[in-house]
Write a protein that binds this ligand. Structure first.
Ligand code: SME
Length: 157
């Protein structure tokens, strides 16, 4: 695998297009779940510089903090709670333009203003979620949804 990322600067679509094959390269031949999650969040953080990006893993029917990049965060989230727990329960991606307007939003940091959460599935079952937070309102859109859904499904284990 290549150990250095090439960081292209362009529009969001171009940046995802540049990053995607590199993430595929990072994951090829590695089947350790935590190692693969760690490299995915590191690559995303390096490319996009987001405030917080990380995974929560489903363990004993709750979400538990897994590899992430950014400030320290809440460690456990119940099903149906916050954006992460709701995305898990609904098994669908949630884009939240203003976290203060999301009922039950869990504020790990008061600096986070908008958020996207993408469920990660194996055999149709959600086993993790990818959470991305921004310090700006309205930061995430369907381009992020499309590519992040594609990226999380690349994780082998
Ligand atoms: N805001 C999330 C909690 C996780 S942190 O943002 C890292 C939520 O409402 O689920």
């Amino acid at each position: 695998m290549a150990e250095d990322l090439t960081i292209l600067k362009g529009n969001k679509e171009e940046e995802y297009q540049s990053l995607l094959p590199q993430i595929k390269g990072l994951l090829t031949g590695e089947t350790d779940l935590v190692a693969n999650m760690a490299n995915v969040v590191a690559a995303l953080k390096e490319q996009f510089g987001w405030f917080w990006v990380g995974f929560y893993l489903v363990k004993n029917n709750e979400l538990v903090l897994a590899p992430f990049q950014g400030p320290v965060a809440c460690t456990r989230i119940q099903k149906g709670r916050g954006v992460c727990g709701t995305s898990w329960e609904k098994a669908e991606t949630l884009i939240v333009p203003d976290v203060e307007k999301f009922p039950g939003h869990i504020a790990c940091s008061s600096l986070s203003k908008s958020e996207i959460v993408v469920p990660v599935k194996k055999n149709g079952e959600v086993f993790a979620v990818l959470d991305v937070d921004s310090e700006a309102y309205n930061f995430f859109d369907d381009t992020d949804k499309k590519h992040l859904e594609e990226i999380v499904q690349l994780i082998n284990f």
